[in-house]
Design a protein around this ligand. Structure first.
Ligand code: CIR
Length: 248
């Protein structure tokens, strides 16, 4: 599931310092992203743009999709809180079990990394302990589990790590030395290519942001097929490849 970028996207939250995104180019990049998902065999649901919420194309943060239920989050930024209504409606249409994170718990699903039926939850400026506690309770009800990781320098957990299945973990910066992650086979992303640590495994392919040749080569060397996508306009809003979709 993806959500079309809105005309107001340039008003989105950012710390990137890379300038304002260009809406037309963002639309083109988004449409290439959707095409890539289709090319690797996914059916794509495209939600309409929401001009009231500049960051709403970063749909990943609003819901955690698990094989057993959809968990609507309570985004940590008040500016993004009302993004959940469209998503709630969309997942209800799919006939999934729907659960909710509620105040005082906050949680952005960009802080959650799924590894089989275990979920790593980053405690960040957006995701608090109460949000993580509620999430854990929901997951346990469905026979799944979670554990937390403290974040230091990044916006979201998946800003700095991506699980590529087969025990392979793409990681950069503070995540290279986290005790909780040392059982993974870590594929180290160099600091100057840190943005590419947010890549997405789907059906034995890995979507990688364009412009990070060493990371691309490393992932290829680990046996994956690569699809390179230019997401420069989303990067300007601190968003990466994973933020642009809910995969289930
Ligand atoms: C925000 O600050 O919330 C957006 N501008 C970027 C969200 C990126 N989402 C993600 O990393 N999962």
């Amino acid at each position: 599931m993806v959500k079309t970028p809105c005309r107001n996207m340039a008003k989105g939250i950012t710390t990137a310092g890379l300038g304002k995104p260009n809406y037309e180019l963002a639309m083109k990049q988004h449409s290439n992203y959707v095409q890539a998902l289709k090319d690797i065999g996914l059916e794509v649901i495209v939600l309409k743009a929401d001009d009231d919420h500049p960051d709403s194309t970063f749909i990943e943060d609003t819901c955690l999709m698990t094989p057993k239920c959809a968990i609507i989050t309570n985004p940590g930024s008040p500016l993004r809180r009302n993004e959940i209504h469209d998503i709630d409606e969309a997942v209800k249409h799919l006939g999934l079990n729907v659960e909710y994170i509620k105040d005082p718990g906050t949680l952005d699903a960009g802080d959650i990394m799924m590894v089989g039926d275990h979920y790593f939850v980053g405690l960040s400026e957006r995701t608090n302990i109460e949000g993580a506690r509620q999430l854990n309770a929901i997951l346990e009800n469905y026979g799944m589990s979670s554990s937390t990781i403290d974040l230091e320098n990044v916006l979201h957990l998946k800003t700095g790590i991506s699980y590529l299945e087969n025990n392979n973990l793409l990681a950069t910066g503070e995540f290279l030395t986290k005790q909780e992650l040392q059982t993974f086979n870590i594929l180290k992303v160099d600091a100057d290519e840190a943005y590419a640590a947010n890549s997405v495994w789907i059906n034995d392919h890995v979507l990688v942001p364009a412009g990070f040749p060493r990371t691309k080569k490393m992932i290829q060397g680990a046996g994956y097929k690569i699809i390179e996508l230019d997401v420069s306009e989303f990067r300007k809003l601190d968003g990466g490849l994973s933020c642009l979709s809910l995969r289930f």
